[in-house]
Design a protein around this ligand. Structure first.
Ligand code: ARG
Ligand code: MN
Ligand code: MN
Ligand code: MN
Length: 314
């Protein structure tokens, strides 16, 4: 088993300062060493995406910084494809959630049969016509899915990204802040979406098992998890731009990732929306630690522990 790490110091998909510092903060919290403690995991760092842009601003109604979002995602998409072609699981550290456009696009170009699990308090499926914020981090899913392509105006600079991924291969976990037209899209396309009340009813295990079964009854497709740290309860992950209380406990999120790891089909995971500039030292540390726990669980860390290799065979 091997993974490739990609950092994306990008924050133009939303309005607060600080999410772009997350890759550096997560790295200095020991990301690489933490992952290397996982038995049998080969870790390669592909470095950060260069997010300095010279692109001229393009004006699209109610859509901020489109040209920068586009330029960053174009590079990210190519990097994710490369990591996957190198035979590694792509682990992308954002950045705000607008970078989900690049990670999913890059994954789709390598594995057209991929399924996408969006773990988030929010559905991120607004278009520029339905968004209250104009921030692209609330729009990545709508940019990615082909079924919503006709709801967008022409988007200058985005020609590299042709939405081919089908909304039929999408599932949600952790929702508790869904806008009106987002709810409409979820219902219209019957997206398996487990909001917090559904997780209360069924538990995290049954919830993810149901989604995986609906999206892929034969249980053989590659899985992409896009994990927004704000899916966690705001007490577990306070340092994030759009916190919503009443979210997943860290235990639920770890268990969710263990279940996904156990499928053996996780090919890409994004960890986004950690904002080390929000809150105090203790908030920042707590949030980054939670993110590391989630990643480790997704990549095979066992809470049962691992005995030293070979000793019992002697
Ligand atoms: N639904 C809101 C919006 O469209 C919030 C989105 C928050 N997204 C996120 N990736 N944290 O702006
Ligand atoms: Mn969110
Ligand atoms: Mn999100
Ligand atoms: Mn505190």
């Amino acid at each position: 088993k091997s993974v490739g790490i990609i950092g994306v110091p990008f924050e133009k998909g939303q309005k607060k300062y600080g999410v772009s510092v997350a890759p550096a903060a997560v790295r200095s919290a020991g990301l690489i060493n933490h992952l290397k403690t996982i038995e049998g995991l080969d870790v390669k760092d592909y470095g950060d995406i260069d997010t300095t842009t010279t692109e001229a601003e393009v004006k699209v109604d109610n859509m901020s910084h489109l040209s920068q979002v586009s330029a960053c995602n174009k590079k990210l998409s190519e990097r994710v494809s490369q990591v996957l072609k190198d035979g590694r699981v792509a682990v992308t550290i954002g950045g705000d959630h607008s970078i989900g456009v690049g990670t999913v696009d890059g994954h789709y170009k390598v594995n057209e049969d991929m399924i996408l699990i969006w773990v988030d308090a929010h559905a991120d499926i607004n278009t520029n016509k339905t968004s209250d914020s104009g921030s692209v981090h609330g729009m990545p899913v709508a940019l990615l899915v082909k079924e919503l392509a006709d709801y967008w105006p022409y988007l200058p600079t985005m020609d590299w990204q042709v939405p081919k991924f089908s909304i039929k291969n999408l599932g949600y976990i952790g929702l508790r802040s869904v806008d009106e037209y987002e709810r409409l899209a979820i219902e219209k396309y019957k997206v398996p979406a487990f909001a917090m009340e559904d997780i209360e009813e069924h538990g995290i295990r049954k919830s993810i098992q149901h989604i995986l079964k609906v999206l892929d009854p034969e249980m053989k497709k590659p899985i992409h998890v896009s994990f927004d740290i704000d899916s966690l309860d705001a007490l577990e992950a306070p340092s994030t731009g759009t916190p919503v209380r009443g979210g997943l406990s860290l235990r639920e999120a770890i268990n969710l990732m263990e279940i996904i790891h156990a499928t053996g089909r996780l090919r890409a995971i994004d960890l986004v929306e950690i904002n080390p500039a929000l809150g105090d030292d203790c908030d920042r540390k707590r949030t980054i630690e939670a993110g590391l726990c989630v990643l480790k669980a997704a990549l095979g860390f066992s809470r049962r522990g691992t005995a030293p290799r070979g000793v019992l065979d002697l």
